[in-house]
Design a protein. Structure first.
Length: 775
């Protein structure tokens, strides 16, 4: 019996799609891209940069399966994701399986019965302009990576383990972190006194509208003491403004970028994990497609959301302009009449903001993970809030006069109408607001206490992942769908580390005035402590400064932004794709022409020691005659201080303790430890004695350890096939089985292969990962 075949990217969609379309349809997944552009040799430079794609070896079995199903199908429908990459995958499906480019292309943004059936009823065709944009992007990435990365290896290090590389968008992303570090180093902040007066029977804090700057504690303390002494006899006069109506507008619906930022700041979930969680929710039919620039909803959804809001909260809570959320800015056609392709595309679903597919589903089942439930709740809440009325508040500003023509301020607000704030809760009452209105204007009030504490003003901080996402979007670097991978890549390369930052200790002289007694409090505090921030590493500084010195034009923010704009122009049919490739290739060649005579980057420390980037990261190289020794150095070195010669050798050497992270093997930290029976290393779930190495612990480097680690790996003959760092096929007493263990699991899970359909020796790794997730 023949059938219509729907080809999607992810296998998790197949079962739902088949159930929605009925017995006349079958669905199969491509598991993403099925072809690759292995390297620069596959690009015909003299033939308008024609790319010669090759089938992915890891997808060979899946390609065979798809071909078999296509041969038996009466019709094929391409249903890859509605983005640049999805359109490219659709084109590759046509090329590999000899399908005509007029093959039906269906688009949906939610996996619901209505959306799937509507997409099938309104098919379009592949957008070849979008395909050209995708392929141009791929070629540009290969040109930058394969032409510039070897120059990094030649002049900095052939770092084969972390893989030194330059990237069209990766390097500008690194530059943002680098520029911020420069600002931090150049702006240590100003020491000031923050002064707070505690007034009224409620002991409310009023902030002084002036910071006394501390140039030196002697001069500052005299000024501060003078102010506080004058406060003792000063008549503090109270005044309060009349209540003023203010409104707080509802949030804007989520785009990819804004969701990544919110999830990072509110849920402490990284952009990469956010996209992974949303993929799960999307494939389960719970939310719409998570790669979108749109902040609008369909009129159909707005109607359902409106009914829900009126039923749950009441008519006043529905925004009277809610239908404006469906408005889209549509480019006018250049010459009156729309093309056939435009008409076909407009018949299909347009992109929407990220939202739940069913607005009445406030929570999802407990069978989902805690993070998945939190993510859904965040998306549901913001979606509903965005359709609701503004919140209305009454606000007051209370002031109290102070010596030296200064004044104290305290603001309060009271909810008049909750509006969208009702969704996640709000303070219905505010006793402070009510109390402040009872105090007579121009009446004298006495302080209960006045404190003056040392603080650092204008202290710049390192970026969070959420902030970096925001800046990538503002500067036009990459697309929202690539932000998470860019942030992940600069960390994976060892250029940037997500880390806690230890602040600087400062001796402080604080003051506290009660009645007429002034107390001086000496203290030592840390300022500038930060948690989970993106910190550039010495390797990142060296790489970025080299690239800026020789390829500044290529990695300029404006150049990268214009490149994205040109890719958008290609996708609209306004620019020829290979012209952009030639422009970029010429720019790279122009920057590279004088680099052949450059030496490898090293920094001299003294006559026998130099700082350099070794095979496994930054090291100190010591030369003793013909003997070369590599010494591990600190990972937090300031490269400016290093190049100026401001470090002593002892300061640079990594301090030894009972254990230390000496490097990485694959994705696991390699930890060097001292044990009861001598030195040993740990990586992942593995341990290995180092008694065979005749070196002091401080002289042991990754070069010494790699052969031992790799011997350990090859000795494990029970591993039949390694799927990833958590999953492998192993040979046991009763035959082959799946070994599964994450870092959080105390014990591994052993999964039988009896129910696995297919050849686990050669099938795509994704099939085994999918099988594990269901067991």
């Amino acid at each position: 019996m023949s059938y219509k075949l729907v080809i999607v990217e992810s296998p998790a969609k197949c079962q739902k799609i088949e159930s929605y379309l009925g017995s006349g349809f079958k669905c199969i997944a491509s598991y993403g891209h099925i072809q690759e552009l292995p390297g620069i040799k596959n690009i015909e430079m003299d033939n308008n940069f024609h790319p010669n794609f090759q089938p992915l070896q890891s997808k060979s079995q899946q390609i065979t399966k798809i071909r078999t199903m296509i041969n038996k199908a009466s019709e094929v429908l391409i249903a890859t994701d509605d983005d640049r990459e999805g359109e490219g995958i659709g084109w590759h499906l046509c090329e590999v399986f000899s399908l005509p480019l007029t093959t039906k292309r269906i688009i949906f943004h939610e996996i619901t019965k209505t959306a799937i059936q509507r997409a099938v009823a309104n098919p379009g065709r592949l957008n070849l302009d979008l395909v050209h944009a995708q392929q141009a992007r791929q070629i540009l990435d290969v040109l930058v990576g394969y032409k510039i990365s070897p120059i990094l290896w030649q002049h900095i290090s052939r770092n084969s383990k972390t893989g030194l590389s330059a990237g069209r968008c990766q390097t500008p992303a690194l530059r943002i972190v680098y520029d911020n570090q420069k600002d931090i180093d150049a702006s240590p902040g100003k020491k000031v006194y923050n002064t707070t007066g505690y007034f009224t029977q409620l002991n409310l804090p009023f902030a002084l509208n002036h910071n006394f700057e501390i140039i030196s504690f002697n001069s500052a303390t005299n000024t501060m003491e003078d102010y506080l002494e004058k406060s003792v006899e000063f008549d503090h006069i109270y005044s309060c403004s009349k209540p003023k109506s203010t409104t707080k507008n509802p949030p804007t619906p989520f785009t990819t970028s804004s969701l990544q930022q919110k999830a990072s700041s509110e849920l402490n979930i990284s952009p990469k994990e956010t996209m992974s969680i949303c993929q799960t929710l999307y494939e389960a039919g719970l939310i719409t497609y998570m790669r979108t620039d749109s902040t609008t909803f369909s009129l159909e959804f707005i109607q359902k959301a409106s009914d829900f809001i009126k039923d749950k909260y009441g008519d006043p809570y529905l925004n009277e302009n809610v239908n404006s959320l469906s408005e889209r800015k549509v480019e006018k056609p250049k010459k009156g009449k729309k093309s056939k392709k435009e008409e076909e595309n407009n018949a299909q679903e347009a992109h929407e903001a990220i939202r739940p597919t069913d607005v009445t589903m406030e929570k999802i089942a407990d069978s989902y993970s805690a993070k998945e439930r939190k993510m859904y709740n965040l998306i549901w809440s913001v979606t509903v809030e965005s359709c609701m009325s503004p919140a209305k508040y009454l606000s007051i500003a209370a002031k109290i006069t102070a010596p030296m023509d200064k004044e104290y301020k305290h603001n309060e607000e009271l909810a008049e109408f909750a509006g969208w704030k009702i969704v996640r809760g709000y303070d219905k009452e505010n006793s402070n607001y009510t109390f402040l209105l009872t105090i007579k204007n121009k009446s004298k009030v006495n302080y209960n206490k006045i404190t003056a504490k040392v603080s650092i003003k204008d202290l710049k901080s390192h970026y969070t992942e959420a902030k970096l996402v925001q800046l990538l979007e503002e500067k036009g670097i990459g697309r929202p769908s690539t932000f998470s991978s860019l942030i992940d890549k600069i960390q994976e390369r060892g250029y940037v580390k997500k880390d806690n930052v230890t602040g600087k200790k400062i001796k402080c002289v604080d003051y506290e005035l009660e009645k007429d007694e002034l107390q001086e409090i000496e203290d030592e505090r840390e300022f500038g402590n930060e948690k989970n921030k993106l910190v550039i590493q010495p390797l990142g500084v060296l790489v970025l400064e080299f690239l800026l010195q020789h390829f500044d034009k290529l990695f300029d923010y404006e150049y990268t932004k214009n490149m994205e704009a040109n890719l958008d122009s290609i996708s609209k049919g306004d620019k020829i794709w290979y012209d952009l490739c030639k422009e970029c290739s010429d720019d790279i060649d122009d920057c590279s022409k004088d680099l052949k005579t450059l030496d490898k980057k090293v920094i001299n420390i003294d006559d026998t020691h130099v700082f350099m980037i070794g095979k496994y990261g930054p090291v100190i190289k010591k030369q003793e005659g013909e003997k070369t020794i590599f010494i591990n150095c600190r990972k937090d070195l300031d490269m400016d201080k290093l190049e100026k010669g401001e470090y002593e050798l002892e300061e640079m050497i990594e301090k030894q303790s009972g254990k230390k992270v000496i490097g990485k093997y694959k994705k696991d930290d390699v930890v060097l430890k001292k044990g009861k029976f001598g030195n040993y290393i740990e990586w992942g779930s593995n341990k290995k004695s180092l008694n065979g190495i005749q070196k002091e612990i401080e002289d042991i480097t990754m070069e010494d350890l790699i052969p031992i680690i790799e011997n350990k790996v090859t000795l494990n003959t029970s591993i039949v096939r390694e799927i990833n760092y958590e999953i492998s096929i192993r040979n046991g007493k009763y035959g082959h089985y799946i070994y599964y263990k994450t870092k959080k699991m105390t014990k591994p899970k052993f999964i039988k292969l009896v129910g696995f359909k297919g050849d686990y020796n050669t099938c795509p790794k994704e099939e085994i990962e999918e099988y594990v997730s269901k067991n």
